[in-house]
Design a protein around this ligand. Structure first.
Ligand code: BGC
Length: 380
């Protein structure tokens, strides 16, 4: 707001503001428009969040999906840096979780089964016999209730969903609230909150695919990635962690110094072969559990955009679009080919309900699930 008034005042005085990012200064706002209808005829909305620096996000209450994120490059030129579809129809069809809120359990649970308090629960098996991203109809395919407001932090969208007892095989009704805020520091902040009436695993995340050169503008192999992790969770052929926390030292998983995604992704390394590239959970370095700290930094050299990911979560799934194969036609008719996007899915470790040495993902009645992840943009 202050920057807007400052820019406006300078504009009236015939002066141009010196900060290049303020050339797109705007009145912060949140507006809503009809995005389409579900197969059952339910109306779906698209919310547009704009911050005072002109950064824009559009988010729909179908699946809580981040549809677009318009971010300036080093010359102040904006591009949409997330993969997705122009229309709701694209999201109603089959797609690999573009931009979606994922739950009740993001990532895999082996054989779609776990034991909790002496009872075995069977979940939907939707990924080669395993359970992935909440099952056949996960949170990414649900219509969320929405309310929007302007806050001191920026435009804010609160999405709520009540997941019923037994949904996709999970115990307990889980009440979920996800709050998206577009802050003044060009960050999309996501807060996840949940409570339950029976013990249940919970692991919520967002599945945005980024391309910092702009969606559909080629592959992401030239992006330089830094991961704040000394260890990762090696996987078996079903991409289920073995339970080991393995050092990244001396392996292609070492992103403690920035490295291009493409530099080692096709190396003949056991883990890269199993993942068909990077598709692994990294164990984040934390000063203390639950602290909101840097998980990753990604730099795209041709346009200069930088994405920093901060999270309270202990892990992040680094996935580089190994399964993208050109079958998804995205925004502006862009064809999403192999490795056209990467994901940084902040999370607890995969298969935690069965690997009790991992930090617990079990939420119990009376407890509150609260995690925060920030996707922050700048330029270099
Ligand atoms: C998984 C990938 C999967 C992708 C889309 C990622 O979180 O780790 O293996 O292909 O989601 O479903």
């Amino acid at each position: 707001m202050k920057i807007f008034l400052f820019t406006l005042t300078l504009g009236i005085l015939g002066m141009s503001p010196s900060l290049s990012h303020d050339t797109h200064a705007a009145e912060p706002s949140i507006t809503k428009a009809l995005f389409g209808k579900t197969a059952d005829g339910a109306a779906v909305d698209l919310y547009t969040l704009v911050n005072a620096r002109g950064m824009k996000a559009t988010i729909t209450n179908f699946g809580g999906i981040v549809v677009s994120l318009w971010v300036p490059d080093r010359d102040g030129k904006e591009a949409d840096v997330v993969l997705g579809f122009d229309k709701l129809d694209g999201y109603l069809g089959k797609h690999p979780y573009f931009g979606a809120l994922v739950g009740r359990y993001g990532n895999r649970i082996a054989e779609g089964q776990f034991e909790l308090d002496g009872k075995t629960y069977k979940l939907a098996q939707n990924n080669d016999g395993n359970h992935l991203h909440g099952g056949l109809k996960g949170f990414d395919k649900q219509l969320w209730a929405a309310s929007s407001s302007m806050t001191g932090d920026g435009p804010q969208l609160v999405l709520s969903y009540l997941s019923s007892d037994g949904e996709e095989g999970y115990p307990g009704s889980l009440s979920v609230q996800v709050t998206y805020t577009l802050t003044e520091e060009n960050a999309l902040k996501i807060h996840y909150h949940a409570t339950t009436d029976k013990p249940t695993p919970v692991n919520l995340t967002n599945h945005s695919y980024f391309n910092l050169a702009g969606q559909g503008e080629g592959d992401i192999l030239g992006h330089q990635v830094e991961l704040f992790a000394d260890r990762f969770t090696p996987v078996d052929q079903g991409l289920i962690p073995t339970g080991e926390l393995r050092s990244v030292a001396g392996t292609p998983m070492d992103f403690r110094q920035p490295a291009a995604i493409g530099a080692r992704v096709d190396q003949d390394d056991e883990q890269l072969v199993l993942g068909k590239g990077y598709d692994h959970n990294f164990v984040l370095k934390k000063t203390k559990p639950g602290a909101l700290e840097l998980a990753a930094r990604v730099y795209e050299p041709t346009h200069g955009r930088v994405l920093e990911v901060l999270t309270t979560e202990p892990g992040v799934q680094f996935y580089v679009g190994n399964f993208l194969d050109g079958t998804n036609i995205g925004k502006g008719n862009r064809v999403y080919q192999h490795r056209y996007g990467f994901c940084l899915e902040t999370q607890h470790f995969p298969n935690s309900p069965n690997l009790l040495q991992f930090p617990s993902t079990i939420l119990r009645p009376g407890e509150s699930y609260d995690t925060t992840t920030v996707y922050r943009f700048s330029t270099r």
